[in-house]
Design a protein around this ligand. Structure first.
Ligand SMILES: NC(=O)c1ccc[n+]([C@@H]2O[C@H](COP(=O)([O-])OP(=O)(O)OC[C@H]3O[C@@H](n4cnc5c(N)ncnc54)[C@H](OP(=O)(O)O)[C@@H]3O)[C@@H](O)[C@H]2O)c1
Length: 217
């Protein structure tokens, strides 16, 4: 299995790389600073940015599956997903004429990308999260995730957008709730370990193709 990974050097991306290597998959990682990535000798490195079409194309060529755990480095307006996701989609669609097309794209998104995200929350919690978190504190990350959702929805790829609430760095519990309609009731956090495991499971599954899926403890 050849897997291309965007955001490989990030907190969740590194977990994805580790899991792919454990399974014996060949990994291609697009890295802005390869010298800082401890696993660089174990992957095919494409040195560049996800904003550059040539680098993105070089990353996805030959991949059976493309994973993305891209994200901004702050809560300010950085437009990382706004700029990178269209590049990834275009590159994957452009290679569709090649003998080994890359159609499967599994991305890390976020609860809050869709207006229905909070439909299963108690009213008080829905009000607080929508007004005091999504509309204010997380305004720009949410805007970016909406953009990611819209770009995926408009593509013809076999995409899946995994949508967690707050991510933690603790160990995985290996037990979590998933829901295709809205964030599970009172779901407020989940570890990156569990999210990475779930993203890896999607490589061999068609259950959530062309869909978003919420995941939470
Ligand atoms: N934090 C949370 O609680 C939370 C909750 C729900 C969803 N999410 C979403 O989860 C995603 C990832 O989160 P995370 O904390 O695991 O990520 P992270 O540690 O912030 O890593 C982000 C990754 O994106 C890469 N990146 C950014 N811009 C790039 C560019 N132009 N070209 C190439 N690579 C680029 C970074 O590379 P460099 O190493 O070069 O910087 C890094 O590898 C984000 O989209 C975030 O919105 C986060």
């Amino acid at each position: 299995m050849d897997v291309a990974i965007f955001g490989a050097s990030g907190a969740t991306g590194t977990l994805l790389v580790e899991r792919c290597l454990t399974l014996g998959y060949k990994v291609t990682a697009l890295l802005r600073s390869p010298e800082k990535f401890p696993l660089r000798d174990k992957v095919r490195v494409v040195h560049g940015s996800a904003f550059e079409s040539a680098s993105v194309r070089d990353t996805v060529i030959g991949a059976d599956v493309v994973l993305s755990a891209l994200g901004a480095s702050s809560l300010r307006k950085e437009d990382v997903l706004e700029r990178a996701v269209p590049q990834i989609i275009t590159a994957m669609q452009d290679t569709s004429a090649l003998p080994k097309p890359s159609r499967r794209l599994i991305v890390l998104g976020s609860a809050g990308a869709l207006k229905t995200s909070l439909d299963k929350q108690p009213a008080w919690r829905r009000w607080i999260v929508q007004n005091l978190v999504y509309n204010t504190f997380l305004k720009w990350p949410v805007v970016s995730q909406i953009s990611q959702w819209n770009n995926l929805s408009e593509s013809n790829l076999d995409w899946t957008m995994v949508m967690p609430p707050v991510l933690t760095n603790g160990p995985g519990r290996h037990v979590y709730r998933i829901d295709g309609d809205a964030l599970p009731r009172n779901g407020s956090r989940i570890s990156r370990e569990d999210v990475a495991d779930f993203m890896m499971e999607q490589i061999g599954s068609t259950q959530w193709v062309r869909k978003g899926v919420y995941i939470s403890w």
